[in-house]
Ligand binder design. Structure first.
Ligand code: CDP
Length: 233
């Protein structure tokens, strides 16, 4: 039977283009788009705001159990914007600050914090019709996803993309700093004991170096179309 409420899981390293493509796919299908990195970023923002020691697992976990995080789709100027709120405060812009990039992986590697966030993420996907992206979506959060994609791109390409993105937003940061942050984050994300970044066996590899956004988007739409056809048999 044709399944319309698919669950699509996307994983991959930093600045590989997951968000850009996931948003376009969600828009094309009329699905919800969830950037789980934004949740870890929002927590990091609150930890830094409260001056909590990042290594104090107990205090960080306490904070996570007390704060309320929500994601809302807002339609403005003919476009969908996904905004993230911490206790009702819109932090969508602030969580992209390089200061958050520097610290987020230290928070995201805490097993207790990750476990605290499983239910929130699964709950967002409970009705299907969702494209969710992060590091452990296909492995831990939604292992039952209909389609799992794992994005890659060369390190150089990823650094270039993120540098350009931050420059466009007006942040004063050097190429060298962006490079260091991305490499450091990838090392922590891939080597942490609990829920490391990994490509599951059933995930389809999407190589995006030297491909345009349009090309990657079409490649994925074809995968989805094929999946739907195979479901019909
Ligand atoms: O945009 P970018 O790919 O650079 O990162 P992000 O998706 O915003 O994620 C920020 C950080 O959150 C990552 O470097 C991970 O440390 C963490 N993260 C995670 O551990 N698990 C997820 N499912 C999503 C993000």
């Amino acid at each position: 039977m044709k399944k319309d409420n698919l669950i699509i899981a996307i994983d991959g390293p930093s600045a590989v283009g997951k968000s850009t493509i996931a948003k376009l796919i969600a828009q094309n299908l009329g699905y919800l788009y969830i950037d789980t990195g934004a949740i870890y970023r929002a927590i990091t923002w609150k930890v830094l705001q409260k001056n909590i020691d990042l290594n104090n697992k107990g205090l960080v976990s306490d904070l996570v159990s007390k704060i309320h995080i929500s994601i809302k789709k807002i339609y403005r100027n003919f476009k969908n914007y996904y905004c993230i709120f911490v206790n009702g405060e819109d932090v969508t812009e602030e969580i992209r600050n390089p200061k958050i990039d520097q610290n987020v992986s230290l928070i995201a590697k805490l097993p207790k914090v990750r476990r605290q966030l499983i239910a929130l993420q699964r709950n967002l996907a409970k009705n299907g019709c969702i494209v969710m992206e992060g590091r452990d979506i296909g492995s831990i959060i939604l292992p039952y996803a209909d389609i799992k994609l794992y994005f890659t791109a060369s390190e150089e390409e990823r650094i270039k993309r993120r540098y350009q993105e931050l420059k466009n937003k007006g942040y004063k940061i050097s190429y060298k700093e962006v490079k260091e942050q991305i490499i450091q984050r990838d090392i922590i994300d891939s080597n942490r004991k609990y829920a490391p970044l990994t490509k599951t066996k059933d995930a389809i590899l999407i190589e995006s170096t030297n491909k345009t956004i349009e090309e990657v988007k079409n490649e994925i739409l074809e995968i989805i179309e094929k999946y739907r056809k195979s479901e019909k048999q």
